[in-house]
Design a protein around this ligand. Structure first.
Ligand code: MTE
Ligand code: MO
Length: 500
């Protein structure tokens, strides 16, 4: 027994904290920092939180923006995105695309690390320090709380090695808060929601899941602040000794120095990775995407949309993203009710098509009430009616080497070039993938893409090109424009397969 230290009934107390526990603790700190920082970045791209899925500005329960809808012009949701300082966000500015990549990458490693930790916790018997085995811990924890709340410290004998309040808090963070963040995160994926519409409903809808995920983030921040404060208040030498060397009678000064050094290194890595992301967004995107792309692709091609909302659930208000076309060519079409509009279908096809709206209307129809998920975070439910994309594919007969369909728009992206997006040809035969010409039983309104827009219900909104001019079948998108698979991929580092 170590002199003067509380006797601990288990042999564990003599063993101190094992190396794997100390390692997983610091790896956890490292990735949680990334999750918090990139979470702030994601939030900033649509800085309003809702309790319902009709994300009308003004009906949010909290907002982190001073911007309000202008009354004199169309307000696209990109106009709502906020710049954030790289001190707070990963990587900073308005890099939603990269922020998401950091978030997913960190989540992947954080979950892996968490699994290793939990497995070893049970394999080693260390779980006994965390999981209460008697209800008496509740009154004990309340007593400890009162002690702290009246600005006293519990006696050393209360720590074996954790005091009851600490033990309960740690157990709650590991076994309740962390899983809660994972399940509320999953409820925000459009591919998961499209395939299992009941799942986000468990949380009261997609926006509620987003709000709850945010509250989870606040809980994590509160825990981190309190935890760090108590580490410092209850004896930094002992505590750093535990978490660095696994023993608190080791060289305590060295332990504190190493602990602070470790935190400084972690902060420096955040700074360095933010800076490199802002400096070289494209290479960073491609690097970060390597481990997460297989998951995104799996979700994209492994899920089908089975959405069927009731007419009563249709959003009374549906946001607009993307500035409408301004070319004389398009305005001419619009003025003449799209009489002379022709959808061109070409590229790697046996039979190029040139279809008028009448011809499109004469084809089989698909009607669906679905939820739109913008990558920025807002949603809206609407009824869409149009031609199943599979119908077009059947008619134009793609060549064997055709793998992607490029949708070219009449409108321009923020770089001033025609908006385009690619989808894998396999998504075309999903029954709810359609070329929509009606929204909520009216001809597609101009701001929403008249005369024709894509709906791919397992994907994020940016894939659903509005004001479609032409569909081109290609083998690969790498030689188109910047080669990333679409306007938003080229300009904003969004991911080509967009199921999350
Ligand atoms: N041509 C074009 N299509 C586009 C966009 C755009 O900027 N240009 N924005 C996309 C994005 S990011 C979203 S969320 C949806 C929004 O559709 P809505 O304006 O009908 O709500 O359109 C997508 N289609
Ligand atoms: Mo979007």
């Amino acid at each position: 027994m170590h002199g003067g230290l509380p006797a601990f009934p288990l042999v564990l107390a003599d063993l101190g904290f094992p190396g794997w526990l100390r390692a997983t603790h610091w790896i956890n700190v490292f990735f949680i920092g990334y999750l918090l920082r990139s979470g702030v970045q994601i939030l900033a791209s649509y800085p309003r939180l809702y309790w319902n899925d009709n994300t009308k500005p003004g009906t949010e329960w909290i907002k982190f923006t001073k911007k309000d809808p202008p009354t004199d012009k169309l307000w696209t949701t990109l106009d709502q995105e906020e710049d954030v300082s790289p001190v707070l966000a990963q990587p900073g500015k308005s890099h939603l695309g990269l922020g998401r990549h950091w978030h997913f990458l960190a989540a992947l490693f954080w979950i892996l690390n968490g699994l290793v930790y939990v497995v070893l916790l049970f394999a080693s018997g260390e779980w006994r320090r965390l999981i209460p085995t008697s209800w008496s811990i509740v009154p004990d924890a309340i007593r400890t709380f009162v002690t702290y709340a009246t600005f006293h410290l519990p006696p050393a004998s209360a720590f074996n090695p954790y005091d009851p309040l600490q033990q309960l808090t740690y157990a709650a963070v590991v076994f309740i808060l962390a899983p809660f963040l994972i399940v509320t995160a999953a409820a925000q994926s459009p591919a998961l929601e499209a395939q299992f519409p009941w799942y986000p409903k468990l949380f009261g809808g997609r926006q509620r899941a987003r709000s709850l995920h945010f509250l989870g983030l606040l809980a994590f921040i509160a825990f981190t602040i309190l935890h760090t404060a108590l580490v410092l208040i209850t004896g930094p030498g002992r505590n750093f000794g535990d978490i660095i060397f696994g023993q608190h009678d080791h060289d305590q000064g060295l332990a504190v120095a190493l602990g602070i050094g470790l935190i400084a290194v972690i902060l420096a890595v955040y700074a360095l990775t933010s800076w490199t992301s802002l400096r070289w967004p494209r290479p960073l995107h491609n690097l970060l995407a390597l481990p997460i792309r297989p998951f995104l692709k799996g979700l994209t091609y492994g899920s089908r949309s089975r959405q069927e909302y009731a007419p009563a659930e249709i959003s009374p208000f549906f946001l607009v993203n993307g500035a409408p076309p301004e070319s004389a060519e398009y305005l001419n079409l619009l003025w003449r009710d799209f009489d002379s509009y022709r959808l061109e279908v070409d590229g790697l096809v046996e039979r190029p098509l040139c279809l008028s709206l009448d011809e499109l209307h004469a084809m089989p129809q698909q009607n669906q009430i679905t939820k739109h998920n913008c990558i920025q975070g807002w949603t809206g439910i609407a009824e869409w009616c149009g031609v199943p994309l599979g119908e077009i594919v059947r008619r134009c007969r793609p060549r064997a080497n055709a793998r992607y369909m490029i949708f070219w728009s009449y409108s321009h992206d923020t770089a001033g070039k025609p908006y385009y997006e690619s989808i894998d040809i396999r998504l075309a035969d999903h029954p709810q993938t359609i070329l929509a010409y009606e929204m909520n039983r009216h001809p597609l309104p101009m701001p929403h893409g008249a005369p024709l827009r894509l709906r791919v219900e397992t994907q994020l909104g940016f894939k659903m090109v509005k004001w479609i001019r032409r569909i081109e079948f290609v083998e690969s998108y790498t030689s188109i424009r910047d080669g990333q698979g679409g306007s938003r991929e080229d300009e904003k580092q969004y991911e080509q397969s967009a199921g999350i």
